[in-house]
Design a protein around this ligand. Structure first.
Ligand code: GLN
Length: 201
């Protein structure tokens, strides 16, 4: 299946490529027939219909976004209603409140409170089968790498929780966040779900 614009061209989705797991998101989107492009400078945000902010190191990504003057333009795009999905560090950057910010300045787009590096040392990285009703019955393979968690969804809906009720995915209209990394699995359902948001479903 591929995603086409009314005019005939493929839908263009940008993946912020400052640092982190952006290549895997681009590959996943291409598998779904999308014109996926890496975004490193503000001009590359022109004409995109959606943006993914990937996982990586939120301190580094936030510094690079400021240095390359991407932050203001991303905030403007968000104001125009462009869907934005943040995975892991990207989720931290989309939030409007970080309980242990340590110098990370978020974009303040989505009304959630997150906590960085929230799973103790022994659980720095782990996998969990997640029940995500919006993706159907089959559990989704959640890959967590030094993941943040969502302390509070102040508006919007919770999409996924761990067995102990920790919130790990949420949506607020055009904004989507996952504490885990769907781009590191073969399961394309989350990327498909984001494309459905872009299509206005
Ligand atoms: N621990 C990282 C941070 O706080 C996020 C890790 C990730 O994106 N995999 O930025």
């Amino acid at each position: 299946m591929s995603y086409w614009l009314a005019g005939g061209g493929k839908v263009r989705v940008g993946v912020l490529a400052a640092q982190g797991a952006f290549a895997e998101h681009i590959a996943a989107l291409k598998r779904l027939g999308v014109d996926a492009i890496p975004v490193r400078v503000p001009e590359e945000l022109d004409g995109i219909k959606g943006l993914i902010i990937p996982g990586g190191e939120s301190t580094t990504i936030s510094k690079l976004m400021l240095a390359y003057k991407l932050s203001d333009k991303i905030i403007k795009l968000a104001g125009k209603g462009i869907p934005i999905w943040g995975t892991c560090a990207g989720m931290i950057l989309i939030s409007n409140e970080i309980s242990d910010a340590n110098g990370v300045k978020p974009l303040g787009l989505m009304d959630i409170t997150v906590r960085r590096n929230a799973f103790g040392r022994q659980k720095e990285s782990f996998e969990a089968e997640l029940k995500i009703p919006v993706l159907g019955k089959k559990p989704f393979p959640g890959v967590f790498i030094r993941a943040p968690l969502i302390e509070k969804v102040k508006s919007g809906e919770v999409l996924a929780k761990l067995g102990d009720r920790t919130i790990v995915a949420a949506r607020q209209g055009q904004f989507l966040v996952t504490a885990f990394h769907p781009e590191l699995t073969d399961d394309m359902r989350f990327h498909q779900y984001f494309l459905d948001i872009i299509k206005g479903k």
